[in-house]
Ligand binder design. Sequence first.
Ligand SMILES: [Zn+2]
Ligand SMILES: [Zn+2]
Length: 349
Amino acid sequence: MTILAYGTPAGDQPLDRMEITRREVGAHDVRIEIIYCGICHSDLHQARGEWAGTLYPCVPGHEIVGRVAEVGAHVTSHKVGDLVGVGCIVDSCQHCAECADGLENFCDGMVGTYNGPSADAPGHTLGGYSQSVVVHDRYVLKITHPEDQLAAVAPLLCAGITTYSPLRHWGAGPGKKVGVVGIGGLGHMGLKLAHAMGAHVVAFTTSESKREDALKLGADEVVVSRNADEMAAHAKSFDFILNTVAAPHDLDAFLALLKRDGTMTLVGAPATPHPSPNAFNLIMKRRAIAGSMIGGIPETQEMLDFCAQHGITSDIEMIRPDEIEDAYARMLKGEVKYRFVMDIGQMAG
Ligand SMILES: [Zn+2]
Ligand SMILES: [Zn+2]
């Protein structure tokens, strides 16, 4: 099937409308008419060849929501007309220990929603800036939010699960003091989710202007991290810190805020490494630094259900497909509150 998409033939070319093909629906496949697709920082880095290994043409997009249009003969979990989502994963080996545990995100054979290996033309996966996608049913998520919230659900498929998974894994909940560093696409979800889980939530930002926003998003307190006195007031007090900042920065300033056995988990991937933390900051209170990458399929479904129950969506700004380059430019300047979502219905217009 030939469809329209927004992608680029090379890293130095802007994204533009192009035609791509999707495979015929196989026995375990679901064909989804895409309605909205969220815009993730990874999309920009991949499209512009800023990370090694971008395959062209590149059609980004891994925050996909839409409606089931066709299902294969063996598909029982989804039916035509259902509202569904697809996140960062469209395939995995399905037999390793990680896949058996529902942690497909850590499978060595995990196939990304774009730029992953594929038997389909053009030999790699093409993402959600497109009118439809064909995906194995294992990787298709159910959406139970009200339909009028669908656009704001899209970013949950990457930004939502990327923050939900570490918050759950490290036990954010009642009685726990949780920090969220950085208030952007990821951080704003971290604040909403940690608040809904019942933790005492402290937002860390470098910009005084985000103080009010952070409180509205779910923070109980806001700390401007450039202010040493404000930071010192929270020394040795956190159970867990979720660090969403992708730019290299001083990790020690935050490690010093963890109490004994506290963990700081990094979910932002800097292009150049962070300065090494001072080992004393880890040794003295048995503190840990960890990392986390998106989440597995069962946990992604759990996150969507949790968000539907708690009325959680992303704060979004809608764009037309032909506005994508402007959106990237504004995203780089941190001007979006807090996630762009592409209206795929306007792709043909
Ligand atoms: Zn993403
Ligand atoms: Zn596997």
